[in-house]
Design a binder for this molecule. Sequence first.
Ligand code: GLY
Length: 578
Amino acid sequence: MIADTLKSLIFATTLALATTAGAQNRTVAEALQAKQQGQPVAAQHWMVSAANPLAVQAGADILAKGGTAADAMVAVQTVLGLVEPQSSGLGGGAFLVWYDAATATLTTLDGRETAPLAATPRLFQDDAGQPLDFFAAVVGGRSVGVPATPALMQEAHRRWGKSAWADLLTPARRLATNGFEVSERLAKSIAWDADRLARARDTATYFLPDGQPLPAGVLLKNPAYAATLADMAREGADIFYAGPLAFQIVERVQTANNPGKLSLFDLAIYRVKERPAVCISYHGNDVCGMGPPSSGAVAVGQILKTVEGFPLATLGPDNAQSWRLIGDASRLAFADRARYLADSDFVPVPVQGLLNNAYIATRGALLNRTTALPETRAGEPEYDHGMNQADDISLELPSTSHISIIDSFGNALSMTTTVENLFGSRLMVGGFVLNNELTDFSFASHRDGRPIANRVEPGKRPRSSMSPTIVLRNGKPVLVIGSPGGSRIIGYVAQTIIAHLDWGMDIQAAISMPRLVNRGGTFELENTAFGTEMAPKLEAIGYTVQLGKIASGLHGIAIGDELTGGADPRREGIVIGQ
Ligand code: GLY
């Protein structure tokens, strides 16, 4: 007993010294303790924040050995795909924002899944042309787009990596071979989804051995995943796009219940795309993120630009007027998103028009009042040619994961990664789950005779809400942030940026603060004392409110004299830095 007390005293003293110095490499235990205390982690040289301690440790080990943020991301992502398979992995897709310190440039890479060439706008409709029930569309092969995360990891490593590719896969290979403890969150996800996981044989065998959901704490091995990583270590990510693994993916999708149309040709022609970063200026900062096919940077940018002229900093987070401004700016952004945002390789998207000062001024002028806007509609931004589109019907449920990394060279990486729904399509190949990303398309293709921008089309990428963001000041990164959460991601990221930049919260406090999100209808408030207090105030000014559980999963790093990192207390993630 005395020995235990002594041990915790020594531990606490070590931690206190590490916190004061702000320059110690934190172990997982130290990082967990910092998280419990709600403190940001401080460091000088490098930092990684992501959704699972094993994944963060893998990334930290690479950074400590002089690897780049791109190297560390490969280690983090491959471990996440093993220990948090409900959210992201090799069968999914991701968007990556990269700040390159050597050239002071920002690059965004689109690793989004694509629809098969055989897909039609009626992919998610029944014989009468009516939208399918969501889960009838999701579970099985129909919803599976070309897996893109392997190609994205390889492309990021090719551009910015320094470490040997095979070494980056070793932590995940080792864990898959030797086993890892099933986390509380994974166990809960399996139990919650057991009926759907039971529908595909390999998936059921892995997650429901003897027909029972895996409990937390049990040691789980994934030899198939280890074998996939061994092949990938030797031959690169190309194994996903041609050869036996590609064949297995296609076969699994085409022969599943609710089969899909993915072909070997679809896999063979997949390419990661570099896209122009979408940046807006906000109170002297440049807030930069992922453009179409993500709606993330446009919507986050519209929200920030719309509230920029209002005194949010003075009003503060306790004033319902702050939330009215943020909430209604968000409703306006979501109205535009529904009308205009989709894959810009297929549909002209007025990105500049939606963000230009004159247009934003017309939207901001609508907020010059003290009560909720009675209704919000898409605006009419400048277009380079005429369009006649209808608002979409898309349902995005929260899953996904976010990774933020700064390396010792000063590079910054913000990557949001997903298999879309919990465990994606529920199909497994090679030890990983295949995405259901295609259900991020609008199920309806037309409304009142007008086409919907985000309708399914062959080879198109479904619209996303993922908002991996890097905020720059004077050309240098000051904040790396992003979150899972389906279409709520946009609100989570905008709120966290405002909390940090306008309300002066440290990164952990900004991430931890209660969430308030308005995507166009009900004002959703996280069920906390703050939410309970704010709800009647928002009702009094005209909103319908709903208190409930809100599962953001923000991971962020602020860059000032030192690095400070935060991990969302709603998820299992931690921050390690040195
Ligand atoms: N599937 C989540 C997103 O792309 O926003």
